[in-house]
Write a protein that binds this ligand. Structure first.
Ligand code: FES
Length: 158
């Protein structure tokens, strides 16, 4: 079993999973783009979220060291099928442990934690803007209706 585990870890380095991009402007896609100040490496991680708030697709592109690539590959598999809340709780220490990263490589796994959080934030702010747009439309309709109501007159007679 230990051997199988080791091979799984190695394969994240040699054959990263879910490399690529999702269409950034889709309303159900959140994009996280983060950099590591320590080394200048950059990671882009994107999530697609279904109507139930579950992550249904994940893609990443990492311009950085092998550990950062392995960390983002691991992260994509880890968050697939999770709710946004659960995905946002994943800690870099878990990734570092799973991938056996040495202490000097901790910031590489931190990049993956930052990236998923940033993607979730982006998705949520997109949704908030969308909901805001809908709310304004509804409100406009509501105002139209209330203008036709006799509320003002009723108040005046009291
Ligand atoms: Fe910078 Fe790994 S050395 S992300």
């Amino acid at each position: 079993a230990a051997r199988g585990y080791h091979e799984k870890v190695i394969s994240h380095y040699e054959k990263p999973r879910n490399v690529g991009s999702l269409p950034k402007n889709d309303h159900d896609v959140g994009t996280g783009l983060v950099g590591a100040p320590a080394c200048g490496d950059v990671m882009k991680l994107q999530i697609r979220v279904d109507d139930d708030g579950i992550i249904s697709d994940v893609k990443f592109k990492t311009f950085g060291c092998g550990s950062a690539i392995a960390a983002s590959s691991y992260m994509t598999e880890r968050v697939m099928g999770l709710s946004l809340d659960d995905a946002g709780k994943i800690k870099n220490t878990e990734i570092a442990k799973e991938l056996c990263l040495p202490p000097v490589k901790l910031h590489c796994s931190m990049l993956a934690e930052d990236a998923i959080r940033s993607a979730i934030r982006d998705y949520r702010s997109k949704r908030a803007k969308l909901a805001d747009g809908k709310a304004k439309t509804t409100q406009a309709g509501f105002i139209d209706v209330s203008q036709n109501s006799p509320t003002g007159e009723t108040n005046a007679t009291h």
